[in-house]
Design a protein around this ligand. Sequence first.
Ligand code: PEP
Length: 251
Amino acid sequence: MRTPLIAGNWKMNNTEVEALSLVRKLIQGIKSLTTVEVLICPPFTSLSQLSKLLVSSPIQLGAQNISDHDAGAYTGEISPRMAAEFCSYVILGHSERRAYYGESDALINRKTKVAQRADLTPILCVGEQLDERERGQAAVVITRQLQGALQGVKLSDPSGLVIAYEPVWAIGSGLSASAGETADFIGGVIRPVVSGLWGQEISQKIRVLYGGSVSPENAGGFFTHDEIDGALVGGASLSADSFLGIIEKAS
Ligand code: PEP
């Protein structure tokens, strides 16, 4: 019912030359994509060249961040419309932006709204810290993050938003969450919050990804669960073999 999405978050890695080389390998490895949607989110500096390379490829481009303003005097920022020249998606609320750049739910809420206005589909990241999980607070934290980031956001088409559940302690740590627990959490916490915002039908059709140390070795375990609609992949998206291995597991 929901097409799986495999999204690679390159973070602050790869110069333009390195990006072109990696994407050439991905293009060679991906023969035809019928059952899985594939997205890469490189740094802004490579988007223009990569968009030319990918012109007849099913691999899509996404941004890792955007400004919360439409345009204007915001030195150093990239507007949603600038990103939308090359990208169909934008990652918002990533835990690294929350932790290192102080992004609040209110800021992520503004970015979600400007992204929608520019026809960019937000991939909204939510996730609990290890101590929050250990104190049994994961559901409360994720509910607060979702309601804060999505307050006043209109959604009539479930393909207009993707949610990525990324426990913070699992990101880049080599420790992934258990696939079964993740599926239960998505079905028991995340979809009910979405249902409260936009109704049951949207909550069943919206895609919810898992992110946190996904690798070709553990990916298959996540994708056997109906509740998990793909993955947001960090480290393993920097190697063509690993990323292609994950895509293969999803198809
Ligand atoms: C991420 O940064 O969103 C992520 C999931 O990273 P990694 O796969 O490296 O844990």
